[in-house]
Design a protein around this ligand. Structure first.
Ligand SMILES: O=C(O)CCC(=O)C(=O)O
Ligand SMILES: [Fe+2]
Length: 515
C-alpha cells in the first residue's frame, strides 16, 4: 500500500517522511475525534470529484475499507449505558468510517469515555442508520439507550471534507510534528483558527506566591489571587527545578523521536490496556458563532493521562517522579485554597483524581493562524502547570483582552478550575464564587522552536451520579446565599460538551439567579 495520504482537497496533508500504514493487529484501529461542527462551504471540492475520490480514499487509508458510494454526510449517535459510573477520566471518542453494510460499516472502535459514552461518527449514513449500525456492531451498548447526540443531531452535518481530513490526519499517526517534518510551509485548513488569535500588547505579570512564606501569609495571598484572577504562580514550591526540567525534556524527547518510534503510541482512543493517548485532539466548541466552521485542530500533540502502564518507557521514570512531586505540591495548594475561604484543611478529603496531560506544540510555519490550545477554563478543582521558556500561554482579562503569561524560570502555575470540590460540597461552585476560574489558551509563538508544557489536573475523587457538589454550607449566609445549584461531575462535563469549554461558562447553567 502506498502512502495513505492523498492530495485530494485543500484539507489533505502532505506525505510524511517514513510514513507507513499501521500494521493490522499491531495497533489500535484508526480513530478520529468527533468535534461538533457544522457544514461549511461545499465549494472546496466539486461534489462529483469527491464522490469519485471517496472510495479510493477510504480504501487507501484502511485495509479493511470497502468502496462506498455517495459519501454524502456524516452522522453521529451517542450511546450511554444506564447506571454506569464514569470509569475513567478521558474523552470518549470513537470513530467509524463507513463501508459496506448500508454504507456504514464499522471500522473504528468505540472508546469508553469519561461518561462511558460512545460516540460514533459514520460516514455515508443518516443518523438512524448510524444508530442501528452502532447497536448492531458493538457489544458494549444497550440498544434501548441509543439516542442521537444532542447537538450533533441538530447539526449533524459534519463537514465531509473536514471530517475526512481529520480522519486522514489521524491515520498518518504522525501528529502535528509529522506535518512539520514533512516540510509544510502553510498550515492545513483544519488547523486554521476561524478568527486569528489577537494578542493585546499590554504587559501582564502573573501574581506570585512564595510558598516558603509563613503559612498564614501564603494563604492570604493565595486567596487574594484565586479571587481576583483565578490563576497565579508559585515559587519556592519544593519541586526541584531539575525535576521540572527533566519532565519537560522527556516530553520533548518523546515527541522528537523518529516517526516509527512515536507513532506506535498514537491513538485518539482511551485504551484500557494502554493508559496513554498520544494524539492531537480538537477541543470542540459547539457554540461557535456563525459562520460555521470546520473543527479546529490544535497545533499540538499531547500525551494524555499517561499512567504507569502506558507511559512510554523512555519518559516513564521521569514523568512518574514528576507526578509524585507535583501531587504533594497539589495537596499543599489545596490546603491553602481551602484555608483561603475559611474552610479547614481536614475537610479536604482525598484528592483522588490526578490527570496529567503533556503538551508538545511544534514550531509552526504560520504561527499567527493557529491555536495551541483553544480558549477554555479547566473543569476540575485546580491545575498545576509547568511550561518551558518558549511562551504562548495567554489569559483573558476581564475586559476581554488576551495577554501573554510570560514563563518565569522555576515557577509553577496554579489555575483554579470550575469546580473546587471538597467531599460532597464543593469550588468556584464549592467556594460559592469566592474563587474564579480564568479563561486561558495557548497561541503559537515560534516558527522555529517547539513548546512543551505539562498540566496536572486535580479533579474530584468522587464523580458518581449521587456525588453532588454545591456551595460549602459554611460559605452560605443570608448576605451571600448559594450561587449554584448542586451538580454532579457528570452533569458538569455534559454541560461542557454541550456548551463548550470557554466562557460564558457552562457553570452558568447551574447558577442561581439573584433577585
Ligand atoms: O499548554 C499550556 O500551557 C496550557 C494547557 C492547558 O491549558 C490545559 O491543558 O488545560
Ligand atoms: Fe487549561
Amino acid at each position: 500500500m502506498g502512502n495513505p495520504i492523498r492530495l485530494w482537497s485543500p484539507y489533505a496533508f502532505p506525505p510524511v517522511a517514513g510514513l507507513a500504514p499501521p500494521v493490522a493487529g499491531s495497533s489500535p484501529p484508526p480513530s478520529t475525534s468527533g468535534p461538533i461542527c457544522k457544514r461549511h462551504s461545499p465549494a472546496a471540492l466539486p461534489p462529483g470529484l469527491f464522490v469519485f475520490l471517496a472510495p479510493l480514499l477510504v480504501q487507501s487509508i484502511h485495509p479493511l475499507a470497502l468502496p462506498i458510494h455517495g459519501l454524502a454526510r456524516l452522522s453521529a449517535v451517542e450511546l450511554k449505558r444506564p447506571g454506569d459510573e464514569p470509569s475513567c477520566h478521558r474523552g470518549g471518542v470513537a470513530a467509524l468510517a463507513s463501508g459496506e453494510r448500508d454504507k456504514s460499516r464499522f471500522l473504528g472502535t468505540a472508546g469508553a469515555g469519561e461518561r462511558d459514552e460512545f460516540r460514533f461518527i459514520c460516514m455515508g449514513g443518516e443518523r438512524d442508520n448510524a444508530a442501528r449500525m452502532a447497536s448492531e456492531d458493538t457489544a458494549h451498548a444497550d440498544v434501548r439507550n441509543v439516542r442521537p447526540q444532542k447537538r450533533m443531531a441538530a447539526a449533524v452535518d459534519f463537514d465531509d471534507e473536514a471530517a475526512m481530513a481529520m480522519f486522514n490526519f489521524h491515520e498518518t499517526r504522525a501528529g502535528v510534528r509529522g506535518l512539520v517534518e514533512s516540510g509544510v510551509t502553510t498550515v492545513p485548513p483544519l488547523f486554521v483558527a476561524p478568527t486569528p488569535p489577537v494578542t493585546s500588547p499590554r504587559r501582564f505579570s502573573l501574581p506570585s506566591v512564595d510558598l516558603s512564606l509563613p503559612r498564614a501569609r501564603a494563604a492570604v495571598l493565595v486567596r487574594a489571587f484565586a479571587r481576583s484572577y483565578g490563576i497565579f504562580q508559585v515559587t519556592s514550591h519544593g519541586v526541584p527545578p531539575g525535576a521540572v526540567a527533566s519532565a519537560l525534556s522527556a516530553i520533548r524527547a518523546f515527541n522528537e523521536q523518529p516517526f516509527a518510534a512515536r507513532s506506535r503510541f498514537y491513538t485518539t482512543e482511551a485504551h484500557a490496556s494502554r493508559a496513554v493517548t498520544y494524539a492531537t485532539v480538537p477541543i470542540p466548541r459547539p457554540t461557535d458563532a456563525e459562520p460555521a466552521t470546520a473543527p479546529l485542530m490544535c497545533w499540538r500533540d499531547s500525551l494524555l493521562d499517561p499512567d504507569v502502564r502506558g507511559i512510554p518507557t523512555m519518559c516513564r521514570d521521569t514523568l512518574l517522579e514528576y507526578r509524585y512531586m507535583l501531587t504533594s505540591l497539589g495537596w499543599k495548594v489545596a490546603d491553602l485554597l481551602l484555608e483561603g475561604i475559611g474552610v479547614g484543611a481536614e475537610r479536604l478529603g482525598e484528592l483522588g483524581g490526578c490527570l496529567m496531560q503533556c503538551h508538545y506544540h511544534p514550531p509552526c510555519p504560520e504561527p499567527e493562524l493557529v491555536m495551541g490550545s483553544r480558549e477554555h477554563t479547566d473543569a476540575g478543582l485546580f491545575t498545576v502547570l509547568a511550561q518551558d521558556g518558549v511562551g504562548g500561554l495567554q489569559v483573558r482579562l476581564d475586559d476581554g483582552d488576551w495577554v501573554d503569561v510570560a514563563p518565569v524560570p522555576g515557577a509553577l502555575l496554579v489555575n483554579v478550575g470550575d469546580l473546587l470540590k471538597h467531599d460532597h460540597n464543593d469550588l468556584q461552585v464549592v467556594s460559592n464564587d469566592e474563587y474564579k476560574s480564568m479563561e486561558h489558551r495557548v497561541v503559537s509563538k515560534s516558527t522555529q522552536e517547539a513548546r512543551v508544557s505539562i498540566a496536572l489536573f486535580f479533579n474530584p475523587v468522587k464523580h458518581g451520579k449521587s456525588d453532588f457538589f454545591g456551595p460549602l454550607p459554611e460559605l452560605v449566609t443570608a448576605e451571600k446565599p448559594a450561587r449554584y445549584r448542586s451538580l454532579t461531575w457528570i452533569q458538569m462535563l455534559d454541560n461542557r460538551s454541550d456548551l463548550g469549554h470557554a466562557k460564558p461558562s457552562s457553570l452558568d447553567h447551574f447558577r442561581i439567579p439573584l433577585n
